[in-house]
Design a binder for this molecule. Structure first.
Ligand SMILES: [Zn+2]
Length: 136
């Protein structure tokens, strides 16, 4: 008779190079640790163990923790500036960096207009309109 062994890991993403923490025997333990670490995912491992205690099959399922979704999106947010006139572009972490980049670009190239985009993992690239007028 073969039997199934289940254990849980806390992990920070579903990518190949993710950080994992565990193992835990229950989902609750793993979830608690994931929240403490700020990790957004749980990984459920199922080992099918054969008669001679050998692992016959490994299954793993990622489970996204719903409440940490907003935090994960905020972490991966990037600001993209792109000049509508010449197409030159750059990526920034902070709004003020985008502002400085646009100031320099528009100073060096008269009548060029820089547009700002915000990128998040869930929504993709989204333009933020009138951003420079608002800041002025
Ligand atoms: Zn330009």
């Amino acid at each position: 008779m073969s039997y199934k062994e289940i254990f849980w890991m806390a992990c920070d993403s579903t990518e190949q190079l993710r950080a994992e923490y565990g193992p835990f025997h229950t989902r609750n333990e793993a979830e608690l640790e994931a929240r403490k670490l700020g990790f957004g995912f749980l990984l459920r491992y199922e080992h099918i163990i054969g008669e001679t205690e050998d692992i016959q099959e490994v299954r793993c399922i990622f489970i996204e923790l719903p409440q940490s979704r907003a935090a994960a999106v905020r972490i991966v947010r990037k600001l993209h500036t792109r000049c509508a006139t010449c197409g030159e572009s750059s990526v920034h972490d902070e709004p003020w960096q985008a502002e400085v980049w646009a100031d320099i670009h528009e100073f060096e190239h008269s009548r060029h207009r820089v547009r700002l985009f915000e990128q998040t993992r869930t929504e993709g690239l989204k333009e933020i309109g009138d951003w420079r007028d608002k800041c002025a």
